[in-house]
Design a protein around this ligand. Structure first.
Ligand SMILES: [Mg+2]
Length: 418
């Protein structure tokens, strides 16, 4: 969420005063947080205090934050919704749903959960299909950036799933772009800023330079960028000082909660945004020792030296399909070898019977991993493909690997285990 807040604060002075200059001043004495930050806080607080993710809680928190931070640039109909304490949505497709959604992208453990929570966070006001879609697209991008998807894949998935035109450059869009606060007229553009920029600051500058609804476009673009790139610490600090104590507390609490939930994914975010802020550094370091958990990326196309692809096999070593076929074609698995290390892969047989028949092989693997601290093992969802088991059945076998510094587990295994 710190990325979203930085985008909002930096964009705040350029919303009705678009800059022609790419090298504009990031912060001015007038730079301040707007509705984007306030509603982002409400969503973060919702995730902190309501594990059931109910609409009602979010409505109450959005109203509460709206009343506590008045005159922050709320859109006309949203301001009415706040003013009259309305509890029903009003079919909006404004970009308010996209600007407040970022905490969802950092909280979610799976892409589907990001999509589902984004839908709820949108539909309390923005229940128009475009309003929901805008929030989902931003949350999905954040999740995918966190999970290490490369930009080529993010672009393809967003195009396929949301039907947004992302095959434009900001320089081109800019020529005819004008103020547009709809989701469909600003969410794709924010995503393009992320796809085009090669650092957090580049994404931020592209978003503000594009013009239009600058605080919200920068808010959305930078919420994704913070999941992919280090956030400049000094900029984050200066923006942080423009928040009040309540907001700073929410950023800290939410950050730590995500770190405890998702371990590895939050590292970069915390290291670059939060670690330098007073007492938080200490608690982050402490929790890091206790709960560091590597998470296996969703897609593994290549391995770094020392990384091992752990896949489900059969005792015959017939690596014909699924992850086993990938292990053989890319990572050195050998036909006819059904168990153990082979090249940069490690086979665990899953096809010989019930779950209990898999256990000895998993135990053997965990022992092997313990003895080989020089290697990092990326455990894929073994047994949950062709073998037909569920994460609920397989994950408990890996309880002994939880928290091992050199074993990454799939997100849904970790969810079962915690
Ligand atoms: Mg705003």
């Amino acid at each position: 969420m710190i990325g979203a807040i930085i985008g909002d604060v930096v964009g705040s002075v350029y919303e009705f005063n678009n800059t022609k200059d790419y090298d504009f001043a990031l912060l001015t004495p007038r730079s301040t947080f707007t509705d984007d930050t306030v509603m982002t806080m409400a969503v973060a607080q919702w995730l902190i205090e309501d594990p059931g993710h109910h609409h009602k809680t979010l409505v109450r928190l959005m109203q509460d934050f709206g009343h506590n931070y008045p005159r922050r640039g709320y859109g006309g109909r949203f301001a009415q919704w706040l003013h009259y304490n309305m509890t029903e949505p009003y079919n909006s497709f404004g970009n308010g749903s996209g600007m407040r959604v970022s905490p969802v992208g950092y909280y979610a453990r799976t892409l589907e959960q990001a999509m589902e929570l984004a839908r709820i966070s949108a539909e309390v006001t923005h229940n128009h299909p475009e309003g929901v879609k805008g929030a989902q697209a931003i949350a999905a991008c954040i999740f995918m950036a966190r999970a290490g998807y490369d930009k080529k894949d993010i672009r393809a998935i967003v195009k396929a799933r949301f039907d947004y035109n992302l095959d434009r450059t900001i320089a081109d869009v800019r020529k005819s772009y004008h103020f547009d606060e709809t989701c469909q007229g600003s969410v794709p553009e924010a995503i393009i800023c992320f796809l085009e920029g090669n650092s957090f600051e580049e994404v931020l500058r592209l978003a503000v330079w594009l013009g239009g609804d600058t605080d919200t476009i920068a808010c959305m673009a930078c919420s994704i960028a913070a999941a992919a790139y280090p956030v400049p610490v000094e900029l984050a600090q200066q923006v942080f000082t423009r928040l009040d104590e309540r907001m700073r507390g929410i950023v800290r609490e939410f950050t730590l909660m995500c770190f405890k939930r998702n371990g590895e994914h939050a590292d970069q975010w915390i290291a670059n945004n939060i670690a330098s802020f007073d007492d938080t550094q200490i608690s982050v370091n402490d929790s890091r020792k206790q709960s560091r958990q590597l998470i296996t990326p969703h897609t593994i196309r290549e391995l770094k030296p020392g990384e091992i692809f752990v896949f489900g096999s059969n005792l015959a070593g017939a690596h014909g399909g699924g992850a086993a076929a990938a292990a053989m074609s890319k990572f050195g698995a050998k036909w006819g070898v059904g168990v153990g290390l082979q090249g940069q892969s490690y086979a665990i047989p899953t096809m010989q019977g019930g779950v209990e028949t898999i256990r000895p092989y998993v135990d053997q693997f965990i022992e092997f991993a313990r003895l080989h601290s020089e290697l990092t093992f990326l455990v894929t969802r073994i047994g949950c493909g062709i073998a037909g088991f569920t994460p609920r059945q397989i994950a408990p076998l890996f309880a002994g690997a939880l928290g091992m510094p050199n074993v990454a587990l799939p997100a849904d295994f970790i969810e079962v285990l915690s």
